[in-house]
Design a protein around this ligand. Sequence first.
Ligand code: SF4
Length: 453
Amino acid sequence: MQSMGLEQKIDLLMSMAMDDQDGVPSGPGAMSGNSSRNGGWTRLADGPGGRYVPPPRQLPPRLRHTKEVGALRPLNIRNVRTAGGTRTTLLRILMTNACSFNCHYCPMRRDRNLPRTLLKPAELVRIFLAAHARGWCEGLFITTGIPGRPVKVMDDLIEVLALLRERHGFRGYIHVKMVPGGDDAQIERLTALASRVSVNLEAPCGQHLTQIAPEKNLATTIAGLERTRAQVIDGWAEERAGRPRDRLHPGGSAGMTMQFVVGATADTDRTILDTVTGLYAGGGIHHSQFSAFRPIRETPMEDMKAAPALREHRLYQADHLLRQYGFGAGEIAYDQTGNLPLSVDPKCAWALAHPERFPVEIRTAPMAELVRVPGIGPGTARRIVAERHSVSIRGLADLRKLGAVTARAAGFLTLGGRKLQDVRWSEQLGFWQPEDEVGTYQLQYDVSPGTFR
Ligand code: SF4
């Protein structure tokens, strides 16, 4: 562990949050060559196998700029949606980048040579409260490496949260990544203090997990998840029964999240989503996070191919179908390899596989049918159902005003028995790039995605 000033520590620990955005393809070529979505990457050669370079690295924040509004923003302040649907900005920070584990995919693994440092709980609290007082963030996302015994790291995490809640009276949103291997009392205390606890499952299969993270044990991680889950569910039940909200933590629990690294193991999207669905069934889990594998320099997996960012995006889309659109796990359409097709989003894939369910009549279809039309989300379906009796829907323009993406929806709808569009669905969706043209770039990275999810 190197001796560093506080400014250097923050530089190092916050820089790990850079380039960790979920849900949207961020790599080049991920979305049909749409340059506005290529995240600023530069293509060096033409053709599907062309090489790309990432955008210039942003400078890490400097404490000498902390009097300037937004000095921490470029790397570390992230806008997220909480369970209640409100948006909040989080300061994302690592407590330490030191780790005794040696996970093959991770930039912080024990055997990798990089400067290591840690923030003491009181230091981390001071940094967060200073940023909060300046109005740069409303909440905190805290994650950490595991130097030494997991129970000691859990104690430090608990101390951060206890200082914030009990000494400084912070009542806002705190998301904490739980360390596997904490004892039951620690898990309960952490869950009681946090707004959201997340768990890195990494892989849906214990055997595959051991191949990429030899010291991790899926059963241990799931035991921690179940302990937290039981407490979250009990807390919600008590609140429903009238228990007053905790004075120090009035927001209650926002539910758990869990994270998977996609493409680091042989696990298919079907295996991942079946695991996700099974875990959702027990309740208490708000959503899943999927992180496309990236090869990290100087790790045993540095020569492995990156998983397409579009694969991560498709998993998020399928996860939305499972959580918000009423789809069952058995309704998700996979290709012959057991993965989600990259060339078409999961909802379109389902619609194209079920021509007997279309077209859907806008004026009479129930919400459950409308929400399955590509280009119509739950909000739009609700608006159509709520307004179609009082407002006359005359065509595509009216549908657009209600929120439908008519370029995708029109071929699946009728209005008063009349087809809205004569384009075949497959033609309508034909602007998607062939699967073999996406995700073909090969880069090595310094920072793993998923650290801050
Ligand atoms: S994934 Fe976590 S436990 Fe594994 S080396 Fe990285 S920080 Fe340590």
